[in-house]
Structure formats: structure tokens, C-alpha cells
Design a binder for this molecule. Structure first.
Ligand SMILES: NC(=O)C1=CN([C@@H]2O[C@H](COP(=O)(O)OP(=O)(O)OC[C@H]3O[C@@H](n4cnc5c(N)ncnc54)[C@H](O)[C@@H]3O)[C@@H](O)[C@H]2O)[C@@H](O)CC1
Ligand SMILES: Nc1ncnc2c1ncn2[C@@H]1O[C@H](COP(=O)(O)OP(=O)(O)O)[C@@H](O)[C@H]1O
Ligand SMILES: [K+]
Length: 512
């Protein structure tokens, strides 16, 4: 797997371990990095009239000198614009010494039509916003719409957080090394990277494994082994039973979307738990999904005792207030003696179930912490996240990845911090960044479908973190494949081809 995401510190560590453990010196890694970038220049811009390589003072600039040397050796018209000379005796100084082109000062940077830019100003070492000549160069590249190939990261983008520090380059292609960094996937960094090419520069998988990175890009390989396939002798209740709470008579649609998605995701049975006064409305719109009245805790207890549901969704369209808190806490107490819902594997709290605890966060977090509490997945969008974690939401210094992790640890829950760069985080520090979505998913009810998929997978005994990661990926994949015209009603059916491919892939997993 090459889906680990490395911080700048971890990447530096990988660099050191690779040099210490083998025949490759620092300059060797730099040469390979430069070669990989030059190959992209040749492949993608064979017609370029002129290549401008912008070199910074550190190793990112060092990679740039390697690129410039290779281009010049091949007869490409190449100019180097340097912001400062490399530190004496550094690898970058060696790379500059091997390059036959005399650098010109970055302050004079100019570029005509038909030329392209290789941005080797700052990569992992970016420590403050671009200023002066570097900022001016970024402006020129963007105003003249020059194609930019970024080395490691577009300069101005933080590799750790994806934040743009002031001004940044916008690349058509970014060539990064060994593994991606969080800033390649988190917004707005991801948008600045263009297409991302991952180049192997000889840092082995064994070295990456030693870093024990706990962040990765959300891709099926991470959770495919746990993806449920029904056993030959399955019956509907063996495939898991999901209960989805409905709101009142004028707010029932969200629960039905969620219920449909849970059913499509493979739960063998799904029941909409409806207030008595909304039974008629729900009944008129449900066919394979079952319906049951649930006005109070006694109703839930009776349902749980008789029908043994394995997962619940609470929140979509449910309403904000005391009743939501009471239901939520009762569900979380499901593993406790003498309580409500027998044994439940997983809970999904979304939308109103999150908002209802805005003034009572600790009560929720404590309930989730109790021994034997069912696994809890919470799926806040940005607004809901701020209601539950107001101090974290406003913290400009930390990234979305940091925030989701801190929130998961505090809440004792899997946090699915939604958006175009959804982050899924577990209390133990594991975290995944999702990048296969599309803005077509920004449509009312889309989040309800996500909750249903998560519950559907948990009901089939998929572990909560893996279930949440899978749900986010499947939802995003279905939505982006469907594309224009997508409304939430389309999503449950759009899951089908994605699920089919996953099942086929899962069957091929050895010893899976
Ligand atoms: N770590 C690795 O395994 C490898 C790293 N390589 C390259 O090395 C890069 C990292 O090198 P460095 O750690 O030298 O970092 P950079 O080259 O990104 O930055 C180095 C220097 O720039 C200064 N600086 C940062 N932001 C600035 C700003 N806005 N204005 C002015 N000065 C600023 C820093 O204080 C530091 O001295 C990677 O991005 C990659 O391109 C490659 O050579 C291949 C191997
Ligand atoms: N621009 C976007 N790109 C990709 N996915 C998006 C984008 N905007 C929203 N989404 C996804 O769509 C879903 C919207 O959920 P939510 O905000 O709860 O909407 P609703 O409450 O209307 O269902 C989330 O899964 C979110 O990650
Ligand atoms: K760069």
C-alpha cells in the first residue's frame, strides 16, 4: 500500500533512514527526484519553447537544479531563477554545482508565452508565507497562465495542513516523492496541486512502515478485507438490521433516504422508527423497509428486545432538543445492564443528533466513553462540527486532519468531518482523508445517505472506523460517477455498481 500520508517531519525522517540504511546518499535521492520531475516535463510539454526553473535555497531548490541540468543536457532552452544560493556543502549546493546553467536572480523573473515553469522554490520546508520575489513569481505565473509543474508541493502550500500561506503557486502537475502529504489532499492545497504524480525515489516501503504513520488517503485497500459479503447460508437478520429514527410528519424524508442507503449497503433488514403521528406518511412511502412506531424509550426497548437491531441512525430530520438527547443517550447505554436497546454494534449520530448536544457536549462524550457503549460514528459537516467542538473549529493553527483527530479523541467516537475533503478519524489516532468526491454531492439529503451507508456496514459487523471510511469512499464514488443532475434520491441506486466492484475486489483478497 502506498496510501500513507507523511508529515514534513516524517518525510525528513524517511529521508534520513533511507540514507542511513543503504547505498543512496542525499544527493542520490535528490537526483532521482529531479529525474522524475524532468520526465513529467518531457512527457507533458514536449512542445515547450522554454522552461523556467525557479529554485529556492533548500532541498526543493536542489531538486530544481537537477531538473534544469537534465533539461539543458537534452537541448531544452532552460533558465534558472534562484531566490538565494544553496547553503554551502548541502546536497542542493552539490546539485547546483553539477548544473551547467548560471542562475539568474529571481527578482528578474520573466517568462514569455509558450514557456513553462518548474516551481522548485519551497516544498516540505515552507515555514512562512511567500513574500517578495517568490510571491511576485507566483503572480506572474498565474497572471500569464503559464503551466506550472510543482516539485513536491506548489510553493506557498503547507504540506502538513493544505493551507495556503498567503499566496501560492497553482500547478498543473505536482510531482511528489515516496508518499503524498496531507496538504496534497486537504483543501485548498489539493486544488493548487493539479494532477498529483507520486514518484518512487528509492525510499523503500520498509522505511515508510517504520514511521508508523497513522494517516492515509482513504482508498479501498485499507478496509477491503473488512468489507462484508453475505455468507452462503445468510438470512436477512444475519445480514444485520438497522433502525433509522424518523422525524415528525413533515420531516420524514431524511430517515427514508438513510434507510434506503442502509438497505442498499447490504443490511438484511431496515426499520424506520417513526413517531406515531408520522406513521401514515412513512407508510405511504415505504415498501421493503419496515416501519414501527417509536414515540418513547419503552417503544425502542420493545423494538430492540424483539428485533435485535445491530445499528441505529439518529439525527436526519429528527429535530433538535430534549427528546433527541434522551434517545441518543439511551442508545449509547445499550451495552449497559438493564437498558434500552439490548446489544447494539454501532450508532450513527448525524445532523440533529449532533446539534442537540451543542450545550451538553460532555454528557455525550462521557456516555460514549462508558465501557460497553456501542461504537459511535458522528458525521458533522463544518457547521455541526463547530457546534460540538467550538474551540477546535476556530483554531486557525490546526489542520482539518488535526481537528478531526482531536475531536475523535475527545468525543470517544469516530468523527467523519464532512466536506469536499472529508476526514475520518478514530479516537486511537488513525485518520483518513477522502479525495474521490465531487461537488455534485453537495445536494440536500446527501449526508443522510452517508449515515445510512455507515450504519448499514456497521450492522454487518464491519468495524466502525473501517465502516465509516468505506461509507465515505462509496458515497463519494457513487456521487462523482453519477455526476450532473445528482439528487440524494439517486444515490442509493448509484451505490450498486460501486458495491459490485468492491465485492468482486474483496473476493480476490487472499485469505480475506
Ligand atoms: N525528504 C526527502 O526525502 C527528500 C526531499 N527532497 C526535497 O527536499 C524538499 C525539502 O527540503 P528542505 O527541508 O530543504 O525545505 P525547502 O527547500 O522547502 O525550504 C528550505 C528553506 O527555505 C526556508 N523557507 C521556508 N519558507 C520560506 C519562505 N516562505 N520564504 C523564505 N524562506 C523560506 C526554510 O527556512 C528553509 O531554510 C522537499 O520538498 C523535496 O523537494 C528531495 O530532494 C528528495 C528527497
Ligand atoms: N464540494 C463537495 N465535494 C465533495 N463532496 C461534498 C461536497 N460538498 C458536500 N459533499 C459531501 O456531501 C455530503 C453532504 O452532507 P450534509 O452537509 O450533511 O448535507 P445534507 O444535510 O443536506 O444531507 C457529505 O458527505 C459531504 O462530504
Ligand atoms: K515547490
Amino acid at each position: 500500500m502506498s496510501d500513507e500520508l507523511l508529515t514534513s517531519v516524517e518525510m525528513g525522517e524517511a529521508d534520513r533512514m533511507a540514507i542511513a540504511s543503504g547505498p543512496v546518499a542525499g544527493i542520490g535521492l535528490m537526483r532521482r527526484a529531479g529525474e522524475a520531475v524532468a520526465a513529467e516535463v518531457f512527457n507533458r510539454y514536449p512542445e515547450a519553447t522554454h522552461v523556467h526553473v525557479l529554485c529556492g535555497p533548500g532541498n526543493n531548490g536542489g531538486d530544481g537544479y537537477v531538473v534544469a541540468r537534465i533539461l539543458a543536457d537534452s537541448g531544452v532552452a532552460t533558465t534558472i531563477w534562484a531566490s538565494a544560493a544553496p547553503r554551502p556543502e548541502s546536497d542542493a549546493a552539490l546539485a547546483a554545482a553539477e548544473c551547467p546553467i548560471a542562475p539568474r536572480p529571481l527578482s528578474g523573473f520573466e517568462a514569455g508565452p509558450g514557456s513553462i515553469v518548474v516551481d522548485a522554490l519551497y516544498g516540505a520546508g515552507l515555514s512562512k508565507p511567500l513574500s517578495g520575489d517568490a510571491a511576485r513569481a507566483a503572480d506572474i505565473a498565474s497572471n500569464r497562465r503559464l503551466p506550472v509543474i510543482a516539485v513536491d508541493l506548489p510553493s506557498g502550500v503547507s504540506g502538513d495542513s493544505g493551507k495556503v500561506l498567503g499566496i501560492a503557486f497553482t500547478a498543473a502537475v505536482t510531482v511528489t516523492f515516496a508518499r503524498k502529504k496531507p496538504g496534497h489532499l486537504l483543501l485548498p492545497g489539493r486544488e493548487r496541486c493539479g494532477e498529483i504524480v507520486l514518484a518512487d525515489i528509492g525510499i523503500g516501503d520498509d522505511i515508510i512502515a517504520r514511521l508508523r504513520s497513522r494517516a492515509f488517503e482513504n482508498r479501498p485497500a485499507r478496509w477491503l478485507r473488512d468489507f462484508p459479503i453475505p455468507a452462503v447460508d445468510a438470512h436477512k437478520y444475519k445480514r444485520g438490521h438497522v433502525g433509522v429514527f424518523s422525524g415528525g410528519p413533515s420531516a420524514t424524508g431524511a430517515a427514508r433516504l438513510s434507510a434506503l442507503a442502509a438497505a442498499r449497503s447490504g443490511a438484511g433488514a431496515v426499520t424506520v422508527l417513526s413517531p406515531g403521528n408520522a406513521m401514515q406518511v412513512n407508510a405511504a412511502h415505504l415498501t421493503s423497509i419496515m416501519l414501527r412506531k417509536a414515540d418513547d424509550l419503552a417503544d425502542i426497548e420493545e423494538f430492540a428486545g424483539e428485533r435485535r437491531p445491530s445499528a441505529f441512525v439518529l439525527g436526519p430530520g429528527f429535530g433538535v432538543g430534549e427528546k433527541t438527547r434522551t434517545f441518543g443517550l439511551a442508545l449509547l447505554a445499550a451495552g449497559q445492564p438493564r437498558n434500552a436497546a439490548a446489544q447494539v454494534d454501532g450508532l450513527v449520530f448525524d445532523a440533529d443528533a449532533i446539534t442537540s448536544f451543542r450545550e451538553a457536549q460532555d454528557v455525550l462524550f462521557e456516555a460514549a466513553r462508558r465501557q460497553n457503549a456501542p461504537a459511535l460514528v458522528m458525521t458533522p459537516h463544518e457547521g455541526e462540527f463547530a457546534r460540538l467542538f467550538p474551540d477546535m473549529a476556530g483554531d486557525d493553527a490546526s489542520s482539518k486532519l488535526d481537528k478531526a483527530r482531536a475531536a475523535a479523541a475527545r468525543a470517544n467516537a469516530i468523527i467523519v468531518y464532512k466536506g469536499a475533503d472529508t476526514v475520518i478519524a478514530a479516537p486511537d489516532g488513525r485518520a483518513a482523508i477522502n479525495a474521490n468526491g465531487a461537488a455534485w454531492l453537495a445536494t440536500a439529503g446527501s449526508g443522510d445517505v452517508l449515515s445510512g451507508i455507515s450504519a448499514g456496514l456497521m450492522a454487518q459487523a464491519m468495524p466502525a472506523f473501517e465502516a465509516a471510511c468505506a461509507a465515505v469512499w462509496i458515497h463519494a464514488e457513487a456521487g462523482s460517477r453519477f455526476g450532473p443532475g445528482l439528487i440524494a434520491e439517486d444515490l442509493p441506486l448509484a451505490l450498486v455498481p460501486v458495491l459490485r466492484e468492491l465485492v468482486e475486489a474483496r473476493r480476490k483478497v487472499p485469505n480475506g
